[in-house]
Design a protein around this ligand. Structure first.
Ligand code: SF4
Length: 466
């Protein structure tokens, strides 16, 4: 998500910001802008930002000094979106229009949706985020920020929000601060972004993170800060450090790249192995592999090369091409691999299908041994807060021990960083070993900081608190 206020042709800045955030969603993108003469305008398109929001003919339809945008990443159960599911969503209220972009996942969306439909709301999309617009429509508060506060008090789960009215840019984070949101300054204007890397691309200066439970309302006069929710300890998603965020972003004052490198150091300390080459599974495994190689003294090499032009939206026209699977994205550097005992460093093992294919590619290239080292603990629980993980029975670590997974993948060894090791790495990157903030680590520990009430109603069993 990205939003800008107080600059000429804000939508161009939003398009650049969304381009920098493309790793957070590749399925589709949308921008809403407001101009005093043209009013609200919006555009939603499937595919990459660069293929849509670079065309002058489209950008000219989005004038004004205020704009917000969103790139879509569909989570489990929301696949196969229609264009009406693409954010930002827009609602016309008695006091004027408002557009909303949401990052995260509302864990009581099904119950809210049922209740709202029974009370007469007509939904336009299948998205959980649309509940917020309908809750706002039912609020009796006098202005849009207050209606949004009202609405969000009914919402459970993870939400970072960038919204706009005719004159205001609004940013909100849920009380636990599960998903990120940062504030930047550009000239006389302001920007809100999911990550700092998108501030860099438009030349904005990073100001600070929006705090967990904080709502900022930005107008020409400046910024107002509100705390509409009951204050709680922050539970930021630890997987943002491992995988989701871009390595050139800063989270909580620390570099994502440096944290990932430190995870590799910790992984090497916990799980040493005699080998000839440390090789990342690109791209998110790369900084951890650099840290692993540095700590172990084993040479680092790019034994796997990624095709940078292969996106998730690649159309696989024939069965034959679909069967090539992972080879469309990754290729082995045979000259480097042949005859070597290779350590492959990857960010996670989810279903295990990609890991098996990569192992086979490395063996086919003549590797003598293959050892997997994983930069996160075993993913044994699904995420209900906006990261796409499959149901529990599809997660390899939910049904197998580490040794069984090793056998299943047919590798010489398989080891994961421990949860303590991950916390040490995240803390050590900033030199604060003993005072790590408490993160959300539910996909590794099964301890969900917000009960996923819709899923519990469907029979999902949450681990009892110890
Ligand atoms: S469950 Fe995992 S991926 Fe989801 S928010 Fe928590 S740490 Fe992040």
């Amino acid at each position: 998500m990205f939003g800008v206020v107080g600059v000429v042709d804000a939508s161009n800045f939003v398009a650049l910001g969304l381009h920098a955030l493309q790793h957070r969603g590749q399925e589709a993108g949308g921008i809403v802008s407001h101009d005093a003469v043209a009013g609200f305008n919006s555009a939603r398109r499937f595919g990459y930002v660069r293929d849509n929001f670079t065309k002058a003919s489209l950008m000219e339809t989005l004038p004004g000094p205020l704009a917000i945008g969103h790139v879509r990443y569909s989570t489990a159960g929301s696949k196969g979106a229609a264009i009406r599911d693409v954010q930002p969503f827009f609602g016309e209220f008695s006091m004027g229009g408002a557009a909303i972009a949401h990052n995260g996942n509302i864990t009581n969306a099904n119950s809210l949706r049922r209740e709202l439909i029974e009370r007469g709301s007509i939904f336009q999309s299948g998205s959980d985020s649309e509940c917020i617009i309908h809750l706002m429509a039912r609020s009796l508060q006098r202005n849009i920020p207050e209606r949004m506060e009202d609405a969000l008090r009914r919402v459970e789960g993870a939400f970072s929000i960038v919204a706009m009215t005719r004159t205001k840019l609004i940013g909100v984070r849920d009380p636990l601060g599960v998903r990120p949101l940062v504030l930047g300054k550009i000239g006389d204007g302001w920007a809100l972004s999911s990550e700092t890397c998108a501030l860099d691309i438009i030349g904005a200066e990073y100001v600070r993170e929006i705090k967990p439970g904080e709502m900022v309302v930005i107008t020409e006069k400046g910024i107002e800060s509100h705390y509409p929710f009951r204050l709680q300890e922050s539970r930021f998603c630890i997987f943002e450090h491992v995988y989701f965020s871009r390595p050139d972003s800063i989270i909580g004052g620390q570099s994502v790249y440096e944290t990932r490198r430190q995870i590799g150091v910790e992984l090497a300390r916990e799980n040493p192995v005699d080998a000839d080459l440390v090789c990342p599974v690109p791209d998110s495994g790369t900084p951890a592999a650099i840290g692993f190689a540095h700590e172990s003294g084993i040479p680092f090499g790019m034994g796997i090369v990624r095709n940078q032009y292969m996106g998730r939206t690649f159309i696989e026209p024939t069965e034959q091409i679909r069967n090539m699977g992972v080879r469309l994205k990754l290729n082995v550097n045979r000259a480097l691999i042949k005859g070597k005992r290779v350590i492959l460093v990857d960010d996670s093992v989810v279903r295990g299908t990609t890991s098996r294919k990569i192992k086979q590619m490395i063996l086919d290239a003549g590797a003598a041994e293959v050892h997997f080292r994983i930069a996160s603990p075993p993913t044994a629980w699904p995420c209900f807060y906006g990261v796409d993980t499959p149901q529990r029975d599809k997660l390899l670590a939910a049904t197998m021990s580490e040794d069984e997974m090793c056998e299943h993948l047919s590798v010489d060894s398989l080891k994961f960083i421990s949860l303590d090791g991950l916390y040490r790495a995240v803390g050590e990157a900033k030199g604060r070993n003993n005072s790590c903030p408490q993160y959300c680590d539910a996909c590794f520990s099964g301890e969900y900081p917000v009960a996923p009430s819709d899923m519990i109603q469907k029979g999902f069993e949450v681990k009892a608190a110890e």
